[in-house]
Every structure is written in C-alpha cells, then in structure tokens.
Design a protein around this ligand. Structure first.
Ligand SMILES: Cc1cc2nc3c(=O)[nH]c(=O)nc-3n(C[C@H](O)[C@H](O)[C@H](O)COP(=O)(O)OP(=O)(O)OC[C@H]3O[C@@H](n4cnc5c(N)ncnc54)[C@H](O)[C@@H]3O)c2cc1C
Length: 568
C-alpha cells in the first residue's frame, strides 16, 4: 500500500522511446550490458560502469524516479560511493548530516548514541535525504556521461531467454514491444523482480513480525533536532514504537508500528494515520500546520538469493536481497552491491578477467547480505519482539538501561557500515598483514585520513580511481626501482595506479604528503610499506616492506588469462 499526496519535488517525466536501430522487432545493436530496472541500484550501476567506459542500456518501467521517498538515511560508505558516481556535490548540498540518535521509554530519554565519527573524516557518518532526489541526481549525472548511458523509460521487461554467450530480453513500451540482446543482463528491478520470477528463482530467509506505517509530512522543521529519535511506549502511542527524523525540504518522517490486534485496513486509513501524527506532534509540543506527502505500510523481511550470478544474468539491490530497514541497510547495501559489481563486470567485459571474478561478486555480496540480515534482524526484533520471551527481554533492557549503562549496547540500532570481506578469494594470500600493528586488514575498506596533495588539503580516498591502487609509503617520495618496474608492468595489463605517500613535504615524485604522520600511524606503515586496494576501496593485501613479486602475484590472482576470459 502506498499513497502519494504531494510531489517531493518537481519530477521530470520522460517519454518512451524506441531504439534508433530497430529491425524486425529487435534492437539491431547487441549491447555489452543491459540493466533491468532504473531505481537507485540500476542507476548507480550504470554510472559505475560508465566510469570504466562500458556502455549500458537501462530499461525502466516507469516514466520517472520513485514517487515515494523510501530510504531516508545514507551512511558514510554510500556517500563515498556517490562521490565516485559524480553526484555527491548536489547530495551534500541538499542533505542534512547527522550523528546522534535518541531512544525514549514513554517520554523519557533512556539512551543516546553517537555514530562513529572523528576528525579524519571527509563525510559525516550519515545524512538524511530522499531516495527519490538521489535517484533524480543520478539521472542528471547519467545524461552527462557522453552517450555511455541510455535510459529507456516506460520500457518494461516481460521475458528473458538465455543463450550461448548472452541473453535476450523482450520489452513492452507504449510505442510497441521489441527484443534486445546483451552480453550481460543485470537484474536491478527491485523486490518484486520480474527477472527473478522469469528465471524461477526464489529468495530464502525470514519475514519479521511487525507492520509499520511510514509517513512523510511537510512542516516547518526549524529548530527541530537532526538525527534519529525512537520512542518505545510513547504517550502518543501506548504499547507501540515510533521512529521520527527530520528530512531535507522541511519534512519529517514517521515510522510507527501497528499492534498485533490492529486492523490493517482501518489503521492505514489516512485520517487514522494523520491523527497519530497529530498526537505525536502534540506530545512534543509542536503546534505547526503540516501536510502529508506520502505514506506506506512496511513489513520487514530478511531474504536473499543464494547466488547473484545465473548464467549471463546478475542480480543486485532489492532484486537480490531484501534487508529490514532498521539500521538503514536497504538502499545503502544496494549501492555497495553496485560498487562491488561495476569494476568486476567491466574487467570481464573488457576481457581482462574471467567468470570467477563475477563469482567473487556473488559470494562477497551474498555474505554481505547475510551479515546485513544478522545486524538488521536484531534491530527488527528489538522494535517488534517475535515472541513473549523476546518481549520480556526487550522490556527489561529498556527498564534497566538508565541504571546500568552497559546494557545500552543491546539497544544500539547498529547503522549500516561497509561489510568487511575478510574471507574474499581476492585477498592476497601472500601478504604480511600479521606484521602490522594498525591499519585496515585485507577485506576492510580504506580508513579515511586527511593529507596534502599538491600543497592543498586532500583526503586519502581522493587518490582512488576506477583502478587498482597501490599506496607506497615513503620517506621522501622515492620508489625503489624493482617496485616501480613491477607497477609499470601491471599498469600495462590492467587499470592500475601507484600512489606515493611521502612523510616529508620536500618529497619529489610524491602524490601526497603526510606531514603530520597521521596516515603512517593510522595504517601502521613505515617507509617502504605498501597497501594494495581494489577499485571498490577494499584492501587486498599489505606488506610492511613492499614486495614487487608479491604485488604482481596478488594482481594475477584477480585477473584471469585472456583465454579464460574468452570463455566466460
Ligand atoms: C517503505 C520503505 C522504506 C524504506 N526505507 C529505507 C531506509 O530508510 N533506508 C534504506 O537504506 N532503505 C530503505 N528502504 C529500502 C530501499 O528503498 C530499497 O532498498 C531500494 O529502493 C532498492 O533499490 P532498487 O533499485 O534495488 O529497487 P527499487 O527501488 O524497487 O527499483 C526497482 C526499479 O525497477 C523498475 N522495474 C520493476 N520491474 C521492472 C520491469 N519488469 N522492467 C523494467 N523495470 C522494472 C521499477 O520501476 C523501479 O524503478 C525502504 C523501502 C521501503 C519499501
């Protein structure tokens, strides 16, 4: 159930279009990658692939971005990825950064959490924003990608057939249907994925207790705190839970739980929902006029496919997995999927790697989905206990947490963060990570740190690009000849950059200077150390003393011989 009362912003509506080269009911061009679904996952993947020069067609059933706002909180990892996709400036300009969450029992604050933050960070730990506005920014960015991204609006996938070395999709548009051939199809068509159904695949997992009404309202939010506020048993809703946070554009978001014996049809009548909002605002002493924008009924599910690679079809985002929204893992994890997939699909498509690289996408992201389920399910069970003993424990935690602060760790909502890939088959087996006393391990994402670049303030992640990156830590910027030669040879084979970090500002050849020594110490590095990082920002391996042969082997292990790549 979704009701839209008002537009969040002036949506652009897009006309249907047939391919320029239509012959006998078929798009005459065979495309490297066709993405089914132009929601946040499909759009992020298209922008990610464009960074590697891979042209994509996006088939989107609607004529505009999502009319409801859905995801409302975006974490630091997502912001880092949105920067790579070229949409961060507008997202940061229009979003609200936040760091704090409050939990109340009745109307009394019992717990306050701070999102992990420190002076090294480029972005806040989270921002509140509108999913649909971020989609809108992505559509704008796609238009600027020099003809690499072709979004076909009002184009619905209805049929799929896999063949030797590719797949054919049938689509319907208001102007007529046609078939389209692709080397690879990526299903980003959401929780009710048509592609998943066409392949006869089912997601496994569990559906959680609890039904939640979600409503966004427009109201003057001046002076209201930024951040997540959660009430258990509030005077405005005795026996229930209610979440509220401020969104950009003078908006408030409410998620509140229906009681088990509540009649769903009755309780989702707009008048009933508006009365609940009124009661809560009155409880907070807010007497300002407001208007509804969108409302929906939500049930939490923790479901995933057991593989995201089926022949020539890959799955990402809600088409691959559904994650309870507690801890904001839905869209955030979907964006992470695309960052993992874009470089791998690009490498395979360019013949630089074999199918095993796509298998690593599947295994890494299925693992991430299960970890996200584990964390988010704890949040879902705390909000809506699935049984009497769970409820007893939840209520005990709430009543004891004021007197016993240690107990509050049980109620921390554990917001989304990148899932480490410690068991990834891509991690260099032959590094000497055990010798480090600090820094990200293989499988972790990079830790942010400020430094100087060409005399100006910059951040470590500014040095990443759509390529493998080797960070060489040096005293004066000089690189040993064997390492420089190995890096040059690697760069001839695959997208690769050597980034030198020098301790001294007088350094030559240095890409960046760590004059404060903060980066060296955060990474447990000394002059001569090397970190190897994947194009999606996960560390692959690290050496206290750089080893040129081990570096080459680590890259070889990821990219396949061209013969294998021919038979993917
Ligand atoms: C009520 C609600 C609240 C949420 N709140 C949060 C939150 O606070 N934080 C968070 O991180 N996540 C949240 N989520 C989850 C988040 O919205 C999803 O994870 C996110 O939308 C997934 O993006 P997607 O692109 O994979 O799927 P979708 O957003 O569903 O996009 C799929 C796209 O595919 C298109 N499509 C479907 N079928 C076809 C077809 N046959 N052919 C062509 N196109 C097709 C659709 O039109 C749509 O544009 C929420 C979800 C809901 C429902």
């Amino acid at each position: 159930m979704e009701i839209t009362f008002d537009e969040y912003f002036a949506y652009q509506h897009h006309a249907a279009r047939l391919p320029a080269d239509l012959a006998q009911g078929r798009d005459a061009v065979r495309h490297p990658v066709v993405i089914a679904g132009g929601g946040p996952t499909g759009l992020a993947l298209a922008l990610g692939l464009a960074n590697y020069g891979i042209p994509v067609v996006v088939l989107e059933a609607d004529d505009t971005v999502c009319s409801g706002s859905r995801a409302g909180a975006f974490t630091r990892r997502t912001l880092e990825i949105l920067e790579r996709l070229g949409v961060i400036d507008e997202v940061m300009r229009t979003g609200h950064g936040w760091t704090t969450g409050w939990t109340y029992r009745g109307d009394k604050e019992v717990f306050r959490f701070e999102m992990p933050d420190d002076a090294n960070q480029k972005y806040p730990p989270a921002i509140s924003h509108l999913q649909n506005y971020i989609e809108h920014c992505m559509v704008d960015a796609a238009a600027g990608r020099q003809g690499l991204i072709d979004i076909r609006w009002q184009t619905r996938v209805t049929h799929l057939q896999q063949g030797e070395g590719g797949a054919r999709l049938d689509v319907e548009t208001p102007l007529g249907g046609y078939a389209i051939d692709a080397d690879w199809v990526v299903a980003c068509d959401g929780g009710r994925s048509t592609v998943r159904d066409l392949l006869g695949l089912r997601m496994e997992g569990r559906r959680h207790e609890g039904r939640y009404v979600i409503i966004d309202i427009r109201i003057d939010t001046e002076g209201m705190p930024l951040g997540r506020r959660c009430w258990f048993d509030p005077p405005s809703k005795p026996g229930g839970t209610l979440l509220m946070y401020k969104k950009p554009g003078n908006m408030l978001r409410f998620d509140y739980q229906l009681r088990d014996d509540d009649d769903e049809t009755e309780e989702t009548r707009p008048e009933r929902v508006f009365a609940q909002v009124d009661r809560h605002l009155r409880m907070l002493g807010v007497e300002r006029p407001w208007k509804p924008v969108w409302m929906s009924l939500y049930r939490a599910s923790a479901l995933t496919l057991d593989s995201y690679l089926h022949g020539r079809v890959l799955f990402a985002g809600d088409a691959a997995h559904l994650v309870p929204i507690f801890g904001v893992r839905g869209m955030n994890s979907a964006i992470d999927d695309t960052h993992n997939l874009a470089w791998k699909l690009a490498f395979v498509q360019k013949g630089l790697a074999g199918r095993s690289l796509l298998e690593s996408y599947s295994s890494e992201r299925v693992h991430a989905a299960r970890e996200n389920h584990r964390f988010a399910s704890k949040g879902a069970e705390f909000m809506a206990p699935p049984s009497a003993p769970f409820r007893l424990m939840r209520d005990a935690v709430l009543s004891l947490c004021e007197r016993h602060p240690w107990i509050t760790s049980l109620m921390n909502p554990r917001q989304h963060a990148a899932i480490p890939l410690y068991d990834s088959p891509l991690n260099a087996g032959s590094d000497d990570t055990a010798a480090f006393d600090a820094g990200p391990r293989p499988g972790d994402i990079l830790r942010e740190c400020p430094l100087q670049r060409e005399g100006r303030p910059a951040f470590l992640t500014d040095l990443l690009g759509p390529c493998f990156t080797a960070f060489f830590f040096s005293d004066d910027g000089r690189v040993p000849a064997p390492l420089a030669a190995a890096c040059e040879a690697i760069a001839h084979r695959v997208p690769f950059a050597l980034q030198v970090i020098a301790r001294r500002a007088t350094a030559h050849e240095a890409a960046a200077v760590d004059a404060t020594g903060r980066l060296f110490s955060l990474y447990g590095a000394r002059p001569g150390s090397l970190y190897l990082v994947r194009p999606d920002g996960h560390v692959m391996g690290r050496w206290l003393t750089a080893d040129a042969d081990a570096l080459s082997r680590a890259i070889d292990q990821v990219v396949a011989i061209p013969e294998e790549a021919c038979h993917v």
